[in-house]
Design a protein around this ligand. Sequence first.
Ligand code: ADP
Length: 500
Amino acid sequence: MAQRYVMAIDQGTTSTRCILFDQNARLVSVVQREHRQYHPRPGWVEQDAVEIWRNVDRIMPQALRDAGVGAEQVAALGITNQRETAVVWDRHTGVPVGRAIVWEDIRTEELVGELTARPESSGIRERCGLPLATYFSAPKLRWLLDNTPGLRERAERGDVLFGTMDTWLIWNLTGGVSGGLHVTDVTNASRTMLMNLTTQSWDDELLSFFDIPARILPEIRASTEIHGRTTRVVPGVTISAALGDQHAALFGQTCFAKGETKCTYGTGSFLLMNTGDTLVKSEHGLLTTIGYQLGGEPATYALEGSIAVTGSLVQWFRDKLGLIQSAPEIETLARTVTDNGGCYIVPAFSGLFAPHWHSEARGIIVGLTSYISKGHLARAVLEATAWQTREVVDAMTAESGVPSKALKVDGGMTADHLLMQTIADVLDVPVLRPMVAETVSLGAAYAAGLAVGYWPDLEGLRRNWHLAARWNPQWNAADRDAEYANWKRAVELTFGWAKP
Ligand code: ADP
């Protein structure tokens, strides 16, 4: 019998990838396409959902062609995606009502301020596990309903559908206007602010608080579930998993036991800890979320520390300051000096996420003297990622009472050895990177493969995790503590900058 594979589509913030994995979790083919980012005003970030769908239409068949694999050899398809990004489209034409509002977009800052001032806002976090912030889907959806002429009426008549990118892709892959499935999974739903974390269904109080009509929302399903077969692009493939990208990375890193933690370093960075069947309510600025839900089993919860700006600071350094030509050059430039020269950069471009949740914070560069060179700035860029990780790890430790012993990492920034060493130094624990750095796609593939019996169980998946690189801490405690104190002072300077 011909060999079989599992396909993953990773619909990320900057690009969409299609990857085929074999049973040993080896990458058989990878095809990637970037999509445009639109910045029509300061703080606004938009994407064209149709462009993203067209990219999927090209990369899926290409991934099969590159591997010389037929559609009938694909045992299952898992979808993973950038979370929170909101798209609304016409169910009769399949055309989006406007561009998708991306998770980083802060246009809803004023709306979030108004909502926060309402007395009922105090009960929100209890229900959905999230603080009121521009980051999540509900304020974005509310903004679209308020600011797109006629949209609320169309929504109330049932003519338009809302979704995150998982929902948009599954609807299109399963037929679009001719009967596409309108579904999402619990992990994606847990980022909208509209799902009740305990019941895992849409919550009437939250819908009424945000003034969202229930009929535009997709059906919430488990993370692994046989949704149906694709009818377009590559017809006949079983779609059996959907998960938000960070949840997929937790799964791909095989963090199946309570207490296991990973951090994914991409555009932003996201540290998740599996908390098993316990819904931990955070006192230290972390988010409570669903890790994953396998079929009919109870959901596995997670705590998350989300950092908005890490890899995107490197992009800013490259594209807006022009001090490097490519992202990897940041390491070369940073190595031209031995320390930060007293300079710190706090990239609060869209406010600060975990553990601060200050929407109005704005970025800062401090400690400038005539001594500072572009090498020092490059160091400060990399250190910003390391210190933001430290703040989140401290919050995790305070929450769980268990100090971390090591950090499993993945994502595009883990190619940077200096950064990984700096993270080990500031955390004072080893940093471990697995052979397959594409853990987001791998997690979606694992989930999809488990659902159809391609992989038998979680233990089998654990055996596929192999260490590729390890960075051990080298700093002494006095230097670490002094630098951390400086970082914290710099962070305080960003609070409330935009509003005197
Ligand atoms: P995403 O999935 O969020 O699109 P990726 O995991 O593909 O992100 O990582 C891309 C990000 O990593 C970019 O923001 C880029 O600036 C950053 N990056 C890539 N290579 C390096 C490097 N060698 N050093 C530092 N940052 C890097």
